[in-house]
Design a protein around this ligand. Structure first.
Ligand SMILES: Cc1cc2nc3c(=O)[nH]c(=O)nc-3n(C[C@H](O)[C@H](O)[C@H](O)COP(=O)(O)OP(=O)(O)OC[C@H]3O[C@@H](n4cnc5c(N)ncnc54)[C@H](O)[C@@H]3O)c2cc1C
Length: 407
């Protein structure tokens, strides 16, 4: 989705654009079945003062929201040290502000893109409701929400009853609800449908999409990229945007560029809701179990968990079933759980949880990558920002905040 939104804004600016992807269509890797949330309200980085303690607490627990597989992995160790350096209060606030500014821009642009193109992707604009089962966690969240509200992400504190009034489907676990926070301006939608439909729109705008083609290397001469080696031969352009998610670091390491991106595996479960009426229509974030729910037309998408296990894309059924179990308990009448589809994807995570956008030390190579947990939330803002930088304009956000030079 990040590559395709970049293509869209470049085409709008009048550039000729070619998108190269190894898959037979757009949106078939990380953007395939994510949590669906445009969550401006939830732009905190995972690197927080609490994160190291939580990670230690969860080590060895197979059903933990975050699983660290202890093994020798130099890439993870280097990344982990940078992650720890971002686990201070001050860094967490700085990173939150950078993500929030980009998310606010992105949500506005997504609405404009919808109006301009009429794109269809099962979107809902009923906001996101964060629910809490633990009073202490709720009080901390309310303090954070007050900060976010002041910074422009409007939210309301809701009692347990008000949560139920807003989303009656929460009834089954009413006894365990202590309260919630509703951000009415947040949205949800199917990232894959958006990406694939936007790719078609881009084609109609003159964009050239070359699928089933792997990018194998970049040729460099005199401080600039001179071509891309692909499985269909070399391709050339004036400027190049790298949006390969977790697979970018290996490609550019060979030309001396280090990208601090580590793959973080997540899972989703998609439950068909046809013939059932117990699925939520407000997107829900269950803070206690670190799981998100988004209604996508006649499906309920449930996503969560993080696993630091390198590039292993194997689907651990136990972890997927644990998500399904939470969904069944929370929304027993939501749909046909026996027909749930499981999926896993690698979030391209930077240590500070902020994406990497903009120039590199090669004059015509730009980055738009490392969107981690927030790629859907940040996609339009990132595409617009990188197109602005390539076009020599000042983006609406401060490009220095997202530059590779911060590492
Ligand atoms: C379980 C889960 C839940 C999530 N929930 C949310 C959410 O609710 N909200 C949110 O904002 N974000 C969410 N995310 C994050 C979001 O999905 C990602 O940040 C986003 O999909 C990243 O998009 P991308 O375009 O960078 O990566 P991708 O979609 O992976 O795109 C990269 C593209 O590069 C291509 N490619 C890679 N290497 C090569 C190569 N060598 N040659 C040719 N092509 C190549 C791939 O085929 C792919 O199409 C979630 C992620 C996961 C895993």
């Amino acid at each position: 989705m990040v590559g395709v939104t970049t293509a869209y804004y470049l085409l709008k600016d009048g550039h000729q654009v070619t998108v190269i992807d190894r898959q037979p269509d757009a949106g078939l890797e990380t953007s395939f079945a994510n949590g669906g949330q445009i969550s401006v309200s939830h732009t905190e980085s995972w690197a927080s003062p609490e994160a190291p303690w939580l990670m230690l607490k969860w080590i060895g627990r197979d059903d933990a929201p975050l699983l660290l597989r202890l093994r020798f992995d130099p890439q993870l160790m280097a990344w982990g040290l940078k992650f720890l350096a971002n686990c201070t209060h001050d860094r967490a606030v700085i990173n939150l502000k950078k993500n929030l500014r980009l998310a606010l821009l992105s949500r506005r642009l997504l609405g404009e893109l919808r109006e301009d193109t009429g794109i269809v992707y099962d979107h809902l604009t009923r906001g996101i409701l964060q629910i809490y089962r633990d009073e202490d966690a709720y009080q901390i969240a309310l303090r954070n929400a007050a900060v976010l509200h002041e910074l422009g992400s409007h939210n309301h504190e809701l009692t347990a009853q008000q949560c139920l009034d807003l989303e009656p489907a929460l009834e089954a676990r009413r006894d365990r609800l202590v309260g919630g926070i509703h951000t009415p301006d947040d949205e949800s939608g199917d990232a894959r449908a958006f990406t694939q439909n936007l790719a078609r729109i881009c084609e109609n705008m003159g964009g050239n999409f070359i699928y089933d083609t792997s990018i194998d290397g970049l040729s460099v001469e005199a401080g600039a990229v001179t071509g891309v080696a692909t499985s269909r031969g070399e391709m050339k352009a004036n400027a190049y945007v790298l949006s390969l998610a977790s697979y970018g670091p290996a490609l550019v390491r060979r030309i001396g560029i280090k990208l601090p991106i580590y793959p973080t595996k997540g899972y989703s479960v998609t439950v068909p809701t046809n013939g059932h009426n117990g699925a939520p229509t407000v997107s829900i974030t269950d803070e206690h179990n670190k799981i998100v729910y988004s209604r996508l037309g006649d499906r309920l998408r449930v996503a969560g968990t993080a696993e630091f296990a390198g590039y292993d894309t194997h689907l651990n059924e136990k972890r997927a079933r644990s998500i399904l179990g939470h969904a069944r308990a929370q929304f027993p009448g939501a749909g046909n759980f026996d027909q749930a589809e499981f999926w896993t994807g690698l979030r391209p995570m930077t240590p500070d949880g902020v994406p990497l956008m903009g120039a590199t030390r090669l004059s015509n190579l730009y980055l738009n990558t490392g969107h981690g947990t927030l790629g859907w939330t940040h996609a339009c803002g990132s595409g617009r920002t990188v197109a602005d930088l390539i076009g020599g304009r000042n983006p609406e956000v401060d490009a220095a905040d997202y530059a590779l030079t911060r590492f």
